[in-house]
Design a protein around this ligand. Structure first.
Ligand SMILES: [Zn+2]
Length: 479
């Protein structure tokens, strides 16, 4: 396996978050009754004329600028011809030789390791989506739903620069974050707003020529992309080792079986007989328009990682986890703005908060605890009003009741005991009740102290200030 090097390129189709389709005014809303969102243009009736959605163009330029692409001066659309029942016109309006964006790159950093690799982008072009065939649950045959026909897609094609399934995964996570930050797509994979095909070949290390590639489709999650690539790398290496040739073909990933299966041998671009779309004349995009769009670009995830590490003293790893989801990053920042300690807030969000959201199957967008309330809880820990242990019990209650930490602490009398007199009394009782531990400690067994502190915490139902309990015990034990 180590004698071979995988060569991977990804094609990502992202649905642009416009309200209407790419060339007509039909709604793009997901979940409508079949064929409700259709009109003569997206159904391909003769004589119906497409008109470009300017918002879709703007969004595609936003992506191009964020990825460092060269945005074209002149926009042209082409017809990609093929027959399939989900394509009523028998062609798809796409872009062939003059895509809206060319070049560019994505920097991939594995789990905040600081080691960045640049994956080049070949192009990012606009095209319309096809309809959808429905086979399941249909009595006596299949149905077709054209609600998706004409939905605006941006196809982002990478160079074959990716060298491992893990890197493919990181690339996709990074790209998704960028698209989310740009607010050009909801990136909802379940609703088909983000789809990915992978091209993969293998070659002997040191070889510069590309091997024969297979294209894998039907990849519905980033984890599936990673698994399918792992499988395909092994399959191709086995073929080469057995002196069989790898066939250029499209393969489908079957997640249940954990295997790819051949779907069809792959057409080349010339099989589609692209030609210029006669109903949409080429036009010039002014540089001033592009520069206007550039001014609206938000802070991007990579920039935010740098800012979080510099301003808040977070590790690159922590910054990465928080930044990957725009809403999570915003939640974190709101917490810090509400005067929570930056490092504590990062820890609490990544461990306790995300775990609670996960068990309740909630997204951070639906988090019942507001950022300022989590900040309130963290401040109570910092001020020594409550212990971390008590805080962990309070947070689920905040989830259920929507109450602030202060309210819960006050109502339940959970305020941390920091009165040395009270703790001394408890410490005295604990020492008398545990002579063996005292003996052990005096004999040099330091862990006995931890046990004794634990007994104090137990006696006070977790309310004793652990730092103070420690100090008092040490003093009493003559340290
Ligand atoms: Zn329409």
């Amino acid at each position: 396996m180590n004698d071979y090097e995988p060569v991977i390129g990804l094609e990502v189709h992202t649905q642009l978050a416009t309200e209407s389709k790419l060339f007509c005014s039909c709604s793009t809303k997901f979940g409508a009754d079949a064929n409700r969102n259709t009109c003569p243009v997206c159904l391909g009736w003769p004589g119906a004329l497409p008109v470009l959605n300017s918002k879709a163009l703007e969004y595609s330029i936003r992506v191009g600028l964020a990825l460092g692409c060269e945005v074209t001066d002149r926009l042209k659309f082409d017809r990609k011809n093929y027959f399939y029942p989900d394509l009523p016109k028998a062609y798809q309006i796409s872009q062939y030789d003059m895509p809206v964006n060319k070049g560019g790159y994505i920097e991939v950093e594995s789990k905040g390791s600081g080691e960045k690799r640049r994956i080049e982008i070949t192009r990012a072009h606009l095209e319309e989506d096809a309809g959808k065939l429905l086979h399941e649950g249909v009595v006596g045959g299949s149905l077709v739903d054209y609600n998706r026909a004409g939905i605006p897609l941006l196809e982002i094609v990478s160079e074959p620069d990716i060298r491992s399934p893990e890197e493919a995964y990181e690339y996709l996570v990074t790209l998704k974050a960028i698209l989310q930050y740009l607010e050009v797509s909801d990136c909802n994979m379940e609703e088909g707003s983000l789809r990915c095909d992978a091209n993969i070949s293998v070659r002997k290390r040191g070889e510069t020529k590309l091997g024969t590639k297979a294209e894998i489709k039907n990849l519905n999650s980033f984890k599936m992309v990673q698994k399918a690539l792992q499988y395909e790398i092994e399959r191709q290496i086995n073929s080469l080792e057995n002196h069989e040739s790898v066939v250029q073909e499209t393969r489908l990933w079957n997640d249940e079986k954990g295997q790819t299966f051949p779907m069809r041998s792959k057409e080349d671009a010339h099989d589609y007989r692209y030609f210029p779309e006669p109903d949409l004349v080429p036009f010039t995009i002014s540089r001033s328009r592009v520069e206007e769009i550039r001014k609206t670009l938000p802070e991007l995830p990579g920039q935010r990682v740098e800012r979080f590490t510099q301003d808040f003293g977070l590790s690159r790893y922590d910054a990465h986890v928080l930044v990957q989801d725009k809403t999570l990053a915003h939640y974190y920042e709101s917490c810090v703005q509400a005067k929570a300690n930056a490092k504590l807030a990062s820890n609490w969000i990544q461990s306790e908060l995300l775990a609670l959201l996960r068990t309740r199957k909630l997204d951070i967008r639906d988090c019942p605890v507001k950022a300022k309330d989590l900040a309130g809880l963290i401040r109570l820990i910092e001020e020594g009003t409550i212990s971390g242990k008590i805080a962990k019990e309070i947070l689920p209650e905040m989830f259920e009741s929507g109450k602030s930490a202060e309210e819960i602490v006050e109502k339940k009398g959970l305020v941390q005991v920091s009165d040395p007199k009270l703790i001394e009394e408890v410490a005295e009782r604990v020492l008398q009740a545990n002579p063996k531990s005292v003996e052990n400690f005096k004999a040099g067994k330091k862990q006995a102290l931890g046990f004794l502190v634990g007994q104090i915490m137990k006696e006070t139902q977790g309310k004793a200030n652990p730092k103070l309990a420690n100090e008092i015990l040490e003093k009493k034990l003559g340290h």
